[in-house]
Every structure is written in C-alpha cells, then in structure tokens.
Design a binder for this molecule. Structure first.
Ligand code: ZN
Length: 206
C-alpha cells in the first residue's frame, strides 16, 4: 500500500476506500481492537488515537491530501485548526493548498487566536481538524472565523466519529466515518465474556 500514494497533483475523484484507511489505522496502532475503558467510563471493542497515524509523514500526506483535494477549487486563503490535534493536519493541508495557516488555542477555557494570528474580513477560510466527535472545538473555530468576518468555505477532518450527525454551516468532508461503539460496563458483552478491560494510558478522543 506504500506504492502510488496519491499526491496533490492527483485528480482522482474517488475517496480512499474505507478498508484501506482502516488497514493503515490498524497497522500504525492508531486503531486498537480489544476491550477498552474509554475516558467516559464506557467500554468499547475499539480504541482510536489519531495522532499515532499522523506521526508517519506518508500517512499525514495521504490523509491531508484527501482533504486538500476536496477543497482545491474552493479558493482557500486561510487554513485554521483547533490546537492541539488539528494543528499537524491543518499545517499539511495549508501547505498543499498554499494557504496561510494558523491555529486557535484554549485560554481560560475559551478558544482564541493568539501569537499575532488574525483573520481579515472577506478571507476564505477552511477549518481543519483531525477527529470530530461532538464538533465542539470546530464550532468554536468556525465562530472565530465568522466573528472576524471571514468567509467559511469549508470544514475538513480525517475522522468523523459523530455517526454523521454533526453538520457544519459549510461544505464539509471527512476521510472516514468511524462510529464509536460503546457500552455501559454492566451491559458490556466483552465483560460478559470475562475479557480483561484495558485502560489506555493517555486521554483519547472521547
Ligand atoms: Zn467491558
């Protein structure tokens, strides 16, 4: 699967096949399969940590390329991402689209532009994120763009964990929809099988 990875000059119109994306997630251990306790306390047969796949440049390039291709005719002038998860993929998408690239970060619980970053009125904005579950951070970044009178031209993310429920007020695109499967511990079929539950070491995307 390392051969013929699509680049920005590849005008394929087909999305990457879901099975191919899942295979990359499994290979890089971004997607673990077993019996996990999520940060919510719920149990799941899967644990997903997107940063693990993005540590490999070829896969960062591949997934960012899918997003960049989707918006290549949208005349994007600024790519903006919520820190921290979105920054790596936002930077790569911005590079591919040759767009100025900034990020928003939380200060006292509120998402804002810092470091002298700004959005000018009328600029065409693409919001980029790694994983969307409730969409909270992305909605906050969308508000930043709108409050600055930017034009929201699109929202792109690698993984949609919202079961397709989150809708943004612009053209949006995800590389993969990966539904969260979760059970209350007392109703967990894996517990019922007597399988040991694993608590992943760091906070995930839940
Ligand atoms: Zn369980």
């Amino acid at each position: 699967m390392d051969e013929n990875l699509p680049g920005t000059n590849d005008h394929r119109t087909l999305k990457l096949p879901k099975e191919q994306v899942l295979e990359i997630f499994r290979e890089t251990r971004a997607l673990l399969e077993g019996h996990y306790q999520l940060t919510s306390g719920l149990h799941s047969p899967q644990y997903f940590q997107c940063a693990r796949v993005l540590q490999f440049p070829k896969y960062l390039h591949l997934f960012a390329g899918e997003i960049a291709k989707h918006f290549e005719l949208s005349e994007i002038e600024v790519v903006i991402s919520p820190a921290i998860g979105g920054v790596v993929v936002g930077t790569e998408v911005g590079r591919m689209l040759r767009a100025r690239t900034v990020f928003a970060e939380r200060k006292d619980g509120k998402m804002e532009l810092r470091r002298g970053f700004e959005i000018r009125p009328g600029e065409r904005i693409l919001v980029v994120e790694d994983v969307v579950t409730t969409g909270g951070s992305v909605f906050e970044v969308v508000d930043i763009a709108k409050n600055a009178k930017g034009v929201l031209a699109g929202v792109g993310y690698i993984v949609d964990r919202s079961k397709g429920k989150i809708k943004f007020d612009a053209k949006h695109f995800s590389v993969l929809q990966l539904d969260v499967v979760a059970y209350k511990p007392e109703e967990c079929p894996l517990c019922a099988q007597g399988l040991e539950v694993i608590k992943p070491g760091s906070r995930g995307n839940y």
